[in-house]
Write a protein that binds this ligand. Structure first.
Ligand SMILES: CC(C)(COP(=O)(O)OP(=O)(O)OC[C@H]1O[C@@H](n2cnc3c(N)ncnc32)[C@H](O)[C@@H]1OP(=O)(O)O)[C@@H](O)C(=O)NCCC(=O)NCCS
Length: 505
C-alpha cells in the first residue's frame, strides 16, 4: 500500500506569520476548522502552532492579544517531503508525538499532513502478528535515539550535537570537533590544547601490529588491510568485550583508535609502494600529520586546511549503513574493534564510501566536457549508477558537496572546472532520464576532486574517509554501549509456505 504524502496532504497549507498574536492564530484555526497552522517568517517555515500550544498558553496568564505566535510555537519542526512515502510521515509523527507535519518540495512549503490524514490509509493487522512492515532498505525508519547528530534530508542540513556540521568545518579544527563528539562540547582554548596533545600522543602503532604490517600491506586494498589491522590492534591492546567496559574505558579506546587509524593507513599505503612508513609527528595537527605520514613531506597550509575540512565534514552522518553496522555489533556487547571492523566493511561498498575514486575514474573516462552528455546518457540508459550522485536522505543539494565544491574552487585547477561542467550535465541528464528522483551530487563527487588536488592518491580516498568516520563510529559505539539494548529486528519470510514435509535423505 505505498502511498506518497502528496496524495494525502492538505494543500495549500494554512500559514500564519510568526509575529501574529495568539488570538489572531486562534481565530484563523477556528475559521478554517484546523488543529494547527504552519508558522512562517518571510518565505521559510520557522515553526508549527498547534492546539496543544494554545492550551499551554491558556494555562498561563498571558494576554492572547499581545502574546506572539513565535513564543508559543514549536520551533524548527520536522518536515516531510512531498514525494516521501506515508511511512516516513508516520515515523516522523509517532517519533515526536506530533499530530501535524509541514510538507515541503525542494525546501518550499506545499502542504500539511496530519495524523488524521494518515489514519485514512492505516492498515489494521491481526492481533498477535509480530512486526511492522517497514520500507525496503529501512528508509526513514527510526531505529534508535542519538544525541551525536542528525541529517535533515529535505532541508539539505546536518549537524553534530547541536551545531551545523558545515559551520563547524568552516571555523573549527578537526581536533575541536572530535572533542565535541567525544566529550559533548566545543573546547575552550586550554581544553582544546590539552585534547589535541592527548590525541596526538596516541598515534604510534603498537609494536606487534607495526611488526606485522609489512607482511599484511599488500594482501588486499588499504581498507581490507585496515580491517585486519583493527582486529589485531584490539587483540594486542587487550580490549575486553564492550559489555565489560565502562564509559571511561570506552572513551580511552575510542581516542586510541581514532588516533591510530591514520597511522595504520598511511603506513600500509607506503609499504604497498615499497616505501618505509613515516612515523607520526605529535607537533603536527591531525590533518597535517596525515599528509606528512602519507607523503613524507609537510603539505602546503591550503592543502592541510582543505583536507581538514573534508575530514570534519565526514566525521558523522546520521544512521548511515556503516554507523548502523557499528551500533548493531556494539549492541551485542562485542568489543570496539569488532564494531569498527564491521563498519569498515560496510563503508567499503561503492554505494556507501567506495564512490569517490570511481567518480574520478568517470571524469577520466569522460575526458572532455563535450563528451559528458552522451557519456552520462548512455550509462544511465544501460542501467548504471553515476558515482557521486544521488543520496538516500538528501533530496536536494548535499551540503557536504556544496561545501566541498567551494573548497575545490578555492584550490583551483582544471579538474575543478571540468568537474563542475560534468556535474551540471549529469544533474540535467538524470532529471530527464530519472524524473522525480531528485538526484544531485553527494559528498563523494567533489571529495575526490579535493583529495586529488591535495595530493592524496586515489586508492587512499575511501581510507581517508575511514579516518574521519572512525571518530563518528567510535562515538556512536560509545553511545550505544552507554545505554544498550540488543538490536535484533525481524524479517518477513517470503519463501515457500512452512512447514512442508521434510523429504527423506
Ligand atoms: C547513494 C544511493 C545508493 C542511494 O540510493 P537509494 O536511496 O537507495 O535510491 P534507489 O537505489 O532506490 O534509487 C532510486 C532511483 O534513482 C536512481 N538512482 C539513484 N542514484 C542514481 C545514480 N547515482 N545514477 C543513476 N540513477 C540513480 C535509481 O536507479 C532508481 O531509479 P528507478 O526508480 O528508475 O529504479 C544511490 O543514489 C547510488 O547508488 N548512488 C551512486 C553511488 C554513490 O555515489 N554513493 C555514495 C553515497 S554518499
Amino acid at each position: 500500500m505505498p502511498t506518497a504524502v502528496e496524495e494525502l496532504m492538505s494543500s495549500p497549507p494554512v500559514t500564519c506569520p510568526a509575529h501574529a498574536s495568539l488570538s489572531e492564530a486562534t481565530s484563523l484555526m477556528d475559521r478554517r476548522q484546523i488543529g494547527a497552522v504552519v508558522v512562517t517568517d518571510g518565505a521559510g517555515v520557522v515553526g508549527i502552532l498547534t492546539e496543544r500550544d494554545l492550551l499551554r498558553a491558556a494555562a498561563t496568564d498571558v494576554d492572547p492579544h499581545t502574546e506572539s505566535v513565535r513564543r508559543w510555537m514549536t520551533a524548527d519542526p520536522d518536515v516531510v517531503g512531498v514525494h516521501d512515502q506515508v511511512d516516513a510521515a508516520w515515523s516522523g509523527l509517532t517519533h515526536h508525538h506530533y499530530r501535524h507535519l509541514p510538507v515541503v518540495d525542494h525546501g518550499d512549503l506545499v502542504g500539511v499532513v496530519s495524523l488524521r490524514d494518515l489514519l485514512t490509509v492505516a492498515q489494521i493487522r491481526p492481533a498477535g502478528e509480530s512486526g511492522a512492515d517497514v520500507p525496503r532498505g529501512l528508509e526513514g525508519v527510526v531505529v534508535a535515539e542519538t544525541s551525536v547528530g542528525d541529517v535533515r534530508g529535505q532541508q539539505g542540513f546536518y549537524h553534530y550535537r547541536q551545531y551545523s556540521a558545515t559551520e563547524l568545518a568552516a571555523a573549527w579544527s578537526f581536533e575541536d570537533v572530535w572533542h565535541l563528539l567525544v566529550d559533548g562540547d566545543l573546547p575552550d582554548r586550554g581544553r582544546a590544547a590539552a585534547f589535541t596533545a592527548e590525541v596526538a600522543g596516541l598515534r604510534d602503532l603498537p609494536p606487534g601490529l607495526a611488526g606485522l604490517l609489512p607482511a599484511l600491506a599488500t594482501s588486499g586494498s588499504p581498507l581490507d588491510v585496515l580491517r585486519t589491522a583493527v582486529s589485531l590492534l584490539g587483540a594486542e591492546l587487550g580490549w575486553p568485550a564492550g559489555l565489560d567496559t565502562d564509559h571511561r574505558d570506552r572513551r580511552a579506546q575510542a581516542l586510541r583508535l581514532g588516533a591510530v587509524v591514520p597511522t595504520v593507513l598511511t603506513a600500509v599505503h607506503r609499504l604497498r609502494h615499497g616505501q618505509a612508513p613515516v612515523p607520526p609527528r605529535p607537533d603536527l595537527t591531525y590533518a597535517a600529520n596525515y599528509l606528512w605520514m602519507l607523503n613524507g613531506a609537510e603539505a602546503e597550509p591550503a592543502h592541510v586546511r582543505a583536507v581538514e575540512q573534508y575530514l570534519i565534514l565526514t566525521i558523522d552522518h546520521g544512521f548511515n549503513a556503516s554507523t548502523f553496522t557499528a551500533r548493531v555489533i556494539a549492541s551485542t556487547g562485542a568489543d570496539l574493534a569488532a564494531a569498527i571492523v564491521g563498519a569498515i566493511g560496510a563503508l567499503s561498498g561503492p554505494l556507501h564510501g567506495g564512490a569517490p575514486s570511481r567518480a574520478l575514474a568517470m571524469l577520466d573516462d569522460i575526458g572532455t566536457p563535450d563528451r559528458a552528455g552522451a557519456w552520462i546518457h548512455d550509462a544511465v540508459v544501460r542501467g548504471e549508477r553515476i558515482m557521486g550522485f544521488g543520496h538516500r536522505v538528501y533530496k536536494t543539494d548535499d551540503p557536504r558537496s556544496v561545501f566541498l565544491r567551494d573548497v575545490a574552487r578555492s584550490l583551483g585547477g582544471e579538474l575543478v572546472d571540468f568537474a563542475e561542467q560534468v556535474e551540471r550535465t549529469t544533474v540535467e541528464v538524470l532529471a530527464e532520464l530519472k524524473p522525480g528522483r531528485q538526484l544531485y551530487t553527494n559528498v563523494e563527487f567533489f571529495a575526490g576532486v579535493v583529495m586529488h588536488t591535495c595530493g592524496i592518491p586515489r586508492d587512499m580516498f575511501t581510507p581517508t574517509f575511514a579516518c574521519s568516520r572512525t571518530v563518528g563510529w567510535t562515538t556512536h559505539v560509545t553511545e550505544q554501549a552507554d545505554d544498550n539494548r540488543l538490536i535484533r529486528p525481524a524479517a518477513r519470510y517470503v519463501g515457500p509456505p512452512a512447514p512442508q514435509p521434510v523429504p527423506a535423505p
